[in-house]
Design a binder for this molecule. Structure first.
Ligand code: ADP
Ligand code: NA
Length: 330
């Protein structure tokens, strides 16, 4: 039997946005607070799949750590650490990579869609799912809070566990289960037909959770809606306003229906609704933001937390890596 263990990963390529918060971070915190063992990995090795500006990466890694802690990841209960602080990930990635084929990895849809018309494909992009499998297996992860888009990666991971068993006749890895974290995808404020993402080139498309009051107001007010000034919900026909309602629902845990009813009863048009939404977001993150600023002003404290996380993660990682190496004949 394997101990229940949950791995949560986030690329620290930017301060998390409200999509990351509602779709992932908020749920991680709920799991943590109901007693689960969480490993929160700042996936900085994944962040350099596409080359990053070094100082920007260093900065955003700390900002991400501070954001997560400010939102409620408790470093005493959960392990929070930087992926690049453990050489184990890349080493296990090499060892496990020998268990699959170029064809198998090349068939992953997220990869295929990214490299569609490219003539020079970054090798890191190709190897990404192998490293991800290593991340998962390094901790003998039993549960993964991930979205539907990650299913092909999970399938590759499962395939590699089977191959490991096939070659070495040792059953040392649990097959990780996906935890349904699927909520409504929060979409880009300026391009509501696509998801809100850190990699969105247009910054106004996001609300970063540590944005100040003015910034939040500005971005909400400038979110793209349509010619209809009424507040109503229809994700296909009215993606812009529906996305704002989704954010409202995510923050307040109110139902879509009651939000729409309330707006209509108050005779709120989309402009007034945006104002109200901005207030709600600002209010929700007010104390979290203060905590964030405090953490960002105490670099030593923050680095100590990450170092403590590294040590605790290393204890688990050492065991797995030694075990795998021994089994494979080293
Ligand atoms: P990004 O696409 O912004 O770089 P990541 O790939 O680092 O985000 O994802 C971190 C977590 O946030 C994942 O669990 C992912 O499912 C979730 N997530 C990312 N974008 C959104 C979104 N727009 N709506 C809901 N959840 C999201
Ligand atoms: Na991403």
């Amino acid at each position: 039997m394997f101990q229940r263990r949950i791995l949560c990963g986030i690329q620290p390529s930017n301060v998390p946005h409200i999509g990351n918060y509602l779709g992932a971070i908020k749920k991680w915190i709920d799991l943590q607070n109901s007693g689960d063992n969480l490993i929160v990995m700042l996936a900085d090795l994944h962040a350099v799949t596409i080359p990053r500006e070094p100082d920007a990466l260093r900065k955003s890694t700390l900002e991400t750590a501070a954001s997560l802690i400010a939102c409620g990841i408790d470093p005493k209960r959960s392990i929070i650490y930087r992926q690049s602080d453990l050489h184990h990930h890349t080493q296990l990635s090499w060892l496990l990579g020998t268990l699959t084929t170029v064809q198998k990895v090349g068939h992953i849809p997220t990869y295929k869609s990214k490299v569609k018309d490219e003539t020079s494909i970054p090798l890191g992009l190709f190897l990404y799912p192998i490293l991800q499998t290593a991340d998962i297996l390094l901790f003998k992860t039993t549960h993964l809070p991930i979205g539907e888009d990650q299913i092909p990666h999970l399938q590759l991971c499962t395939y590699m566990i089977e191959k490991f068993y096939h070659y070495y006749k040792q059953n040392i890895f649990p097959v990780p289960q996906m935890m349904a974290t699927e909520t409504t995808r929060i979409r880009s404020l300026r391009h509501p037909e696509q998801k809100m993402s850190k990699s969105d080139y247009e910054e106004r498309s996001r609300i970063d959770i540590m944005d100040d009051e003015k910034m939040i107001q500005e971005r909400v007010m400038k979110a793209l809606t349509d010619f209809n000034a009424q507040v109503s919900y229809n994700r296909e026909q009215r993606p812009g306003v529906s996305n704002l309602i989704d954010i409202y629902a995510g923050i307040t845990s109110q139902s879509i229906e009651s939000i729409v009813n309330e707006a209509q009863q108050n005779n709120h048009n989309t402009g007034q609704f945006k104002k109200r939404l901005a207030e709600i977001i600002v209010e929700h993150f007010r104390s979290k933001r203060l905590e964030y600023l405090k953490l960002m002003n105490d670099r030593t404290y923050l680095l100590n937390i990450l170092d403590d996380g590294r040590k605790r993660a290393k204890e688990i990682a050492d065991k797995t890596l030694n075990e795998v190496k021994h089994i494979m004949g080293f």
